[in-house]
Design a protein around this ligand. Structure first.
Ligand code: FES
Length: 102
């Protein structure tokens, strides 16, 4: 297995305490973006991978997406256009500054 250059985590609002998912990200359709991101990674030939993850504790900024090891934290990622900008920037080795959280 080759380790990815970037690992994108999309908040799916799971709670560490278990139970039903709650939170802004999944209510705003964050999980629905996973196939789109996966397909974009493949189409672009990026050495990246995408996974869903639990609540990132930034619910007011949902949907939240983070990229490691770059440590980019993005908020309000609620459209394919924003995802495209984020992936474009990653390919260029930078962050999509307009969507970064602090
Ligand atoms: S539900 Fe996504 S950050 Fe909390």
């Amino acid at each position: 297995m080759n380790k990815p250059d970037q690992h994108i985590f999309v908040c799916a609002s799971f709670r560490a305490s278990g139970g039903d998912t709650k939170g802004v990200c999944q209510k705003k359709g964050s999980v629905d973006f996973l196939p789109y991101i996966e397909n974009e990674i493949l189409d672009r030939g990026m050495a990246a991978m995408v996974s869903s993850c639990g609540c990132l504790k930034l619910c007011d900024n949902g949907p939240v997406m983070i990229v490691y090891p770059q440590n980019y934290w993005y908020g309000n990622v609620d459209s394919e256009e924003k995802i495209d900008s984020i992936l474009d920037a990653l390919e260029e080795g930078t962050a999509a500054g307009e969507y970064l959280l602090a």
